[in-house]
Design a protein around this ligand. Structure first.
Ligand code: GBH
Length: 490
């Protein structure tokens, strides 16, 4: 027997026995895709007149912000290798490619009214044309965390004038690319933009305004989202006929035990961690529980009014129902109970629960990611039950490891397990799930983990000047899943 045969048998065995997969097939119109984000893959940080984003600026100032003292100056070098990337997407056979656009590459001066960068415009134009020529539908995220630093100098998402700057930028994208791009995602993960960016300082711009800056940030993000949704609906949709959604991430919260107290803790968790973002868009305002609790705590802390801002009636009208599909990024689950010792004020203190994990859950290389496939089903059912079964597009899901790890059995098992739960949610629970996106196409700049954390279906050698790409086993397996719309691939 040759080595390759022995290897394939071992590989088959490992992937076949380790999890039970669903017998259902994905619906005919179910869409499969793969995702990346501009700062994480592009590099070319100052090419074609691009200005610094908050990530460039902060990491240039302080390399110690990342585990490996790295930054996205070169990353996967997709600024030069975009054609090769699209070839890899094409061979994967997916229906769509979710990419994001770098604001400061399109508008180096960023402010409303500022000039376009011709080279930046051409870069994305080429990508969009090449995708379409290869029968891959482009799904474009307008904002994936890379605020132009110019805007951050005036307060970033804490200053309401950013709403008009964002609208100016998004309109330009509709004008430039809307003839060919029919799927727009306004924001990626407002939770991380606002909580990690302005409260816990885990992401750029690394601010620590706990329990205030986070709420103000999302208030502006929600208004910007609602306004641009209505602008598209009125001015572009009649001719361009596309769809606009937002991507909200959620770590599912389940009760730690089946006591009434823990069950209530999990309900509070979901309202504060998901409802904070989803409720305004799906139901018109912040969850009543948040309004009440944060109002009460703010008064006790001596604030003259609630730290959670209030929407006007007009804003509520604009934001309520501002989606054609609901993007969902989901990776993991936690168990909830009351307690915890948090700074006052802070969002976590407002919530008042503590997260734990079940020791039987399989850990990934990332300290926040455990394999808990049933959590995805629980979350999909939660969304269906609380928000009238909206069309949900899973815009990210994936597994972290370290090193080259081409035979990534862990990632394959994770993907099959989570996709099985998607099938159960669709057929057994009646959830309206319209598609699934693997994060990520390539190993890339994983924010403060730098290049130490790998999410790619494709390994990238960051030591090589060429940033050589090598598909992992998970790439081949996902390809089969996509081609057969089934998990029974052996
Ligand atoms: C996504 O965010 C991003 O959209 C993407 O850019 C990124 O590369 C990918 O995931 C992989 O990380 O327990 O307080 O540490 C994932 C969002 C990040 C949400 C980690 C939960 C843990 C919070 N998740 N976070 S904490």
């Amino acid at each position: 027997m040759s080595m390759t045969v022995i290897h394939s048998i071992a590989f088959l065995f490992l992937t076949a026995v380790s999890c039970e997969v669903s017998n259902y097939s994905f619906p005919e119109n179910f869409q499969f895709g793969v995702a990346t984000a501009s700062y994480q893959i592009e590099g070319g940080w100052n090419e074609g007149g691009r200005s610094e984003s908050i990530w460039d600026y902060n990491l240039h100032q302080n390399p110690n912000l990342t585990d490996d003292k790295s930054n996205g100056d070169i990353a996967c070098d997709s600024y030069h290798k975009w054609k090769e990337d699209i070839e890899i997407v094409k061979n994967l056979g997916v229906d769509f490619y979710r990419l994001s656009i770098s604001w400061s590459r399109i508008l180096p001066s960023a402010l409303k009214g500022s000039e376009l960068s011709t080279e930046g415009v051409i870069y994305y134009n080429n990508i969009i044309d090449e995708l379409i020529a290869n029968n891959i539908v482009p799904y474009v995220t307008i904002f994936h965390w890379d605020t132009p630093q110019v805007l951050e100098f005036k307060g970033g998402w804490l200053n309401e004038t950013v709403i008009e700057d964002y609208i100016y930028y998004a309109r330009i994208l509709f004008e430039l690319y809307g003839d060919r791009v029919k799927h727009w995602i306004t924001f990626n993960e407002p939770h991380q933009i606002c909580e990690q960016g302005y409260a816990t300082a885990e992401k750029a711009p690394f601010k620590t305004l706990q329990g205030t800056g986070d709420y103000l940030c999302y208030h502006h993000v929600a208004i910007a989202h609602g306004k641009i949704y209505r602008i598209y609906e009125e001015e572009y949709k009649p001719t361009q006929k596309g769809q606009v959604g937002i991507t909200i991430d959620c770590v599912f919260g389940a009760p730690k035990t089946d006591t009434e107290e823990d069950k209530q803790a999990a309900i509070d968790y979901m309202e504060f961690q998901y409802g904070w973002f989803a409720h305004p868009i799906l139901s018109g305002n912040y969850p009543p529980l948040m309004i009440e609790k944060i109002g009460e705590l703010s008064r006790r802390e001596g604030f003259p009014k609630s730290r959670l801002p209030e929407f006007t009636q007009d804003e509520i009208k604009i934001i309520n129902g501002s989606f054609d599909f609901l993007g969902l990024n989901h990776y993991t689950t936690v168990l909830c109970s009351y307690g915890g010792n948090y700074p006052v004020p802070s969002h976590r203190n407002d919530l008042g629960t503590i997260d734990s994990i079940d020791p039987s859950w399989k850990p990934s290389a990332a300290d926040w990611l455990w394999e808990v496939p049933w959590g995805l089903r629980g979350l999909l059912v939660y969304i269906k039950d609380h928000y009238n079964n909206p069309p949900v597009l899973i815009t990210e899901n994936g597994w972290a490891n370290r090193g080259r790890y081409i035979h990534d059995v862990d990632r394959i098992n994770y993907m099959k397990g989570y996709l099985s739960e998607v099938l159960k949610a669709i057929y057994d629970d009646g959830c309206n799930v319209i598609g699934y996106t693997a994060w990520s196409l390539l190993d890339n700049f994983e924010w403060t983990y730098g290049y130490t954390m790998k999410f790619g279906l494709v390994y990238v050698d960051f030591e090589s000047e060429n940033r050589t790409r090598t598909p992992r086993d998970s790439y081949e397996i996902y390809k089969k899943i996509v081609a057969t719309k089934s998990l029974q691939i052996y």
